[in-house]
Design a protein around this ligand. Structure first.
Ligand code: AMP
Length: 184
């Protein structure tokens, strides 16, 4: 198994806080840990919710954070004021394409429909060989367990190949997730 070098990770996560404050704490810790490992954080550029917490966690640890935000969301998602690099794009499609180009791997923290759409798109692109970058869910407090069950169900029911199932990883903490993604 070859080990890939992961220098930049795209983090997809909620623009909201969620009801359990441990999600915000976990998001902040993810940003901090990535920064401490010298891994650049690529994210949606917002200042709200878990997105803001990831960015602040990384910035607080002296990390490099790159934001990519569509101009229409600068107000609603409170574009982060402290990023050294904030790309303002026209559309959501441009945002996702730029994030995909900038990152070596993708991880999803707890979030809503936007988070799910973003990580599933990257996973589906990997399965189609549009790129070969690994994807994973950070299953904080069991948030993504139903998603893991759904992936198993898709696989068991013959709608997902062995290869596709192996291309999406689930871990409950960040270090094993990074290690798993380095091995995909
Ligand atoms: P959410 O997980 O719904 O809180 O959204 C997290 C981030 O995903 C926010 O920055 C949203 O702007 C973004 N987002 C929402 N819908 C989409 C979509 N269809 N494609 C890409 N990003 C989206």
């Amino acid at each position: 198994m070859t080990e890939r070098a992961i220098q930049a990770v795209a983090v997809f996560c909620g623009a909201r806080d969620g009801v359990d404050p441990r999600h915000l704490e976990a998001a902040s810790a993810v940003g901090r840990t990535l920064a401490e490992r010298g891994i650049t954080v690529v994210y949606g550029g917002g200042g709200t919710g878990l997105m803001g917490a990831v960015a602040n966690g990384a910035l607080g640890a002296g990390g490099t954070v790159i934001g990519v935000i569509p101009e229409a969301l600068i107000g609603p998602e409170l574009a982060h004021p402290d990023l050294a690099e904030l790309h303002v794009v026209h559309t959501m499609a441009e945002r996702k394409a730029m994030m995909a180009d900038l990152a070596d791997a993708f991880i999803a923290l707890p979030g809503g429909a936007g988070t799910l759409e973003e990580i599933i798109e990257q996973w589906s692109w990997a399965m189609l060989d549009y790129h070969s970058k690994p994807c994973g869910f950070l299953d904080v407090l069991g948030y993504w367990s139903p998603m893991q069950q759904l992936v198993r169900h898709m696989h068991e029911q013959g709608f997902l190949s062995d290869r596709g199932a192996a291309m999406i990883r689930f871990e409950t903490s960040l270090e094993p997730l990074i290690a798993a993604l380095e091995d995909v």
